[in-house]
Design a protein around this ligand. Structure first.
Ligand SMILES: *Cc1c(COP(=O)(O)O)cnc(C)c1O
Length: 358
């Protein structure tokens, strides 16, 4: 039985179960693939899972390097993993005092930022090898190679790792290999989840998986690892509606036959995307009741969703799964026209959070 957060309201409309042990098993799987050279990307509150819960579990399992996006995330994380190395992907603005105090290492992405950074504090040199997002250019990195102090890490990021055949992957990989040769003594980090799973030439000294830790499928055709969250919403009311009637805002979906409809306490204000709803032209996202597959009907409201429970014996107070082992993340994301990342990082702050097996 999953352990409840004692402060949470058992009257909450929705329940988000997070399984830190599943995240740990996923990390162990990825770490084995990289020969143990594997950190964990835990930005955006560990992709919505709760960094304060997930990160100590990962650290206990042997993960010693974490990546966050923001300095503030790093400050919070420091309390949770006192002994770990923490990199801040978006770099550090303003004074380095807090970074020094909390032992945070910025990804430095420009020569200006490099010039400002104190010589005695460790940093990663981030190199843009073709994505045109963050990083110094390859030639800037090469020009800097002989200059002290040396970075603690050199890093780059793929633009198209989720599309293994894209020609940009090989071009970025080759550019990074050139930089790597100029910094032979510095550990190197290149792969996100997708590259970790598809390119062993990108593993180097430290992989940076995010989404794969959380049960997402970064590459089409490669099965995801274990699911790590289950989102369920409580049924407020079960109603019966007749063929020809419509359901919800905009009368967007017309019933083809008589249906029992569960109205559940979850909506787009909980990060459940509005685009996941159903209409007369597009079926709603999948859901599950007691393991039985079903679907959303009609539009997702701010705080309510209608789910088809015809013949399933659903009653007021029961819970319906909208994401989890019976309702795969990628399927819901596809229905909402987005990716698993967006769904996970937006998940409810209103839901009761429970930790334990799904
Ligand atoms: C978010 C991020 C990652 C992790 O990416 P996933 O696709 O979630 O594995 C790795 N590196 C950088 C620079 C990132 O911004």
């Amino acid at each position: 039985m999953a352990e409840r957060d004692p402060l949470s309201a058992s009257t909450a409309g929705a329940r988000l179960t997070v399984d830190p042990a599943a995240v740990v098993r996923n990390w162990q799987h990825l770490a084995a693939m990289t020969g143990g050279r594997c950190g964990a990307v835990v930005k955006a509150n560990a992709y919505g899972h709760g960094a304060e819960t997930v990160c100590p579990a990962l650290a206990k399992a042997g993960c010693d390097t974490f990546f966050v996006a923001l300095e503030a995330e790093g400050v919070d994380l420091r309390a949770a993993v006192p002994g770990a190395t923490i990199y801040v992907l978006n770099g550090i603005f303003g004074t380095p005092d807090s970074a020094r105090r909390h032992q945070l290492r910025p990804f430095i992405s420009s020569l200006d930022a490099l010039a400002e950074w104190p010589d005695d504090l460790p940093f990663a040199l981030n190199i843009d090898t073709g994505m045109n997002r963050l990083g110094v250019s390859v030639s800037q990195a090469l020009a800097r190679a002989a200059t002290a102090p040396a970075p603690a890490l050199i890093a780059s990021h793929f633009a198209c790792a989720d599309t293994p055949d894209h020609t940009l992957n090989d071009a970025q990989s080759a550019a990074f290999a050139t930089v790597r040769r100029a910094f032979p003594a510095v550990p190197a980090s290149l792969s996100n989840s997708a590259a970790l799973l598809t390119r062993s030439d990108a593993h180097y000294d430290l992989a940076r998986p995010g989404i794969a830790l959380y049960g997402g499928a970064p590459v089409d055709g490669i099965a995801p690892l274990e699911p790590t969250v289950r989102l369920e919403a409580r049924i407020i009311q079960v109603r019966t509606a007749e063929a020809g009637e419509t359901v919800g805002y905009g009368a967007a979906q017309t019933l083809k036959q008589r249906a029992e409809i569960a109205i559940v306490s979850l909506g787009y204000a909980d990060g459940f995307l509005r685009a996941a709803g159903g209409s007369d032209v597009a079926a709603g996202a999948p859901a599950a009741f007691g393991g039985a597959p079903t679907r959303l009907i009609g539009r997702v409201s701010m705080d309510l969703i209608a789910v088809d429970v015809t013949g399933l014996g659903a009653r007021r107070g029961d819970f319906i799964e909208l994401l989890g082992p019976d309702v795969p993340l990628e399927t819901v994301a596809r229905h909402a026209g987005t990716i698993g990342y967006e769904l996970l990082t937006g998940l409810s702050r209103r839901a009761e959070r429970v930790h334990g097996p799904l």
